[in-house]
Design a protein around this ligand. Structure first.
Ligand SMILES: [Zn+2]
Ligand SMILES: [Zn+2]
Length: 244
């Protein structure tokens, strides 16, 4: 039971950071925040994503490339070009790493307005940090796992960010329904998206890529959108245009 709660908490808290901070803020700038709050969310993301901490800089560039080149040969991840999940994951990791190491040739339009904290990421993104987080997860399982099979869940903790990424990048470009007929293969994974906190409304997102609310139909509830509105009310962020 404790293990299950731990897995669910890790799943949703790290997904919240990836969706709120990396995707909606760093990549799409759907709202503004001060440099101080940026630093707070860098630290919060690091603590909650742990061994799979994503650099908002590398994530944002990779993701902007995806929107600009969706389902073409220049798309960093497209099931139209990569034949299986493994190939898609490997290509995504390779391009992400080359962007992170500043080795990729990145168009200047993809680099504008991305939050950066390079000195922090030297530690947060290091192999040593990843190893420490993995040791913490293993120690937690050693303390609380009650069946051997529970240890099979550990790789999910180790690669949480990549697991979330592949669910959208692979499945939400293959399976689901469409509200909009676009030139790309984007789909809405589920009509009610609790699993991915609204990220599953991927066809809606490809159509309205600057909207902070991923739900469009009345039944499409995006759980992160009310949080964004709450943060806006509390002065943590500033929404660009507050709907009535
Ligand atoms: Zn997409
Ligand atoms: Zn996006």
């Amino acid at each position: 039971m404790i293990i299950l709660v731990f897995l669910i908490l890790h799943w949703y808290l790290s997904l919240f950071c990836q969706s709120f901070f990396h995707h909606r803020y760093a990549a799409h700038r759907m709202f503004d925040m001060s440099k101080t709050w940026e630093k707070v969310f860098f630290i919060v993301s690091y603590l909650l994503q742990g061994s799979s901490y994503l650099s908002p800089y590398a994530y944002a560039i990779l993701h902007r490339m995806h929107h600009a080149h969706t389902d073409t040969e220049h798309d960093p991840h497209s099931p139209t070009y990569q034949k299986n999940i493994f190939a898609l994951m490997m290509r995504t990791i390779r391009i992400y790493s080359s962007i992170y190491r500043r080795q990729a040739d990145v168009e200047s339009r993809f680099m504008k307005g991305i939050p950066r904290w390079d000195s922090f990421e030297k530690i947060a993104h290091s192999r040593g940090s990843k190893a420490v987080w993995m040791a913490i997860y293993v120690a937690f399982y050693l303390a609380f796992a009650t069946h051997w099979w529970m240890y099979l869940l550990l790789p999910i903790h180790f690669m949480m960010g990549a697991v979330h990424g592949v669910i959208i990048n692979w499945f939400a470009h293959k399976y689901g329904y469409r509200n909009y007929e676009l030139a790309d293969t984007s789909k809405n994974l589920f009509p009610i998206d609790i699993l991915m906190l609204g990220e599953g409304f991927h066809n809606n997102h490809h159509k309205h890529s600057s909207s902070p609310n991923f739900g469009v139909k009345w039944f499409e509830f995006d759980p992160i959108y009310p949080v964004i509105r709450l943060f806006n009310k509390l002065g943590i962020i500033q929404m660009k245009k507050v709907p009535a």
